[in-house]
Design a protein around this ligand. Sequence first.
Ligand SMILES: [Cu+2]
Length: 165
Amino acid sequence: MDIVLRALISLSLWFFAAAACAASPEIRVLEPWVQAAPPNAKVLAAYLRFQNTGTRPHTLSAVSSPVFERVELHQTVLRENMAGMQKVGELRLPPKETLALKPGGLHLMLIGAKQALRAGDVVPLTLSLKDGSTLSVDAIVRGAPAGADQPHRDQNHSGHASHAH
Ligand SMILES: [Cu+2]
């Protein structure tokens, strides 16, 4: 009896520990990818879609990657016909909605590449939600997909390294 009880307690402890660090089951990350850039590029952009399958809103509060010094959430904006970028603090993920990060709009800015990345490489991303849960995804490095917004390719993020004087 004692052994059974102890087994039950340790089982439930394990269950709670697993639940505490589990990914949010309500948020799905679809098609994460990193836009290929020249091998010496230190800043790359990543895109993906968030799907909130739950009934309550979630908030993305931070993103990190072991192969970059830091990851920021950015929004591409037009100022006097010049494409620029604005840092976004948090990203609200409303229930029953899909939010797309895509070229020319919201994107993840991967800053300070610790290694050269080529098409086909995998970039692990950890997405932290405000409720304390995290999601881990592998983004594939590749060129822009067919049907991507071609006019926006001129404003891609290799431009970060080359300021016009
Ligand atoms: Cu950016």
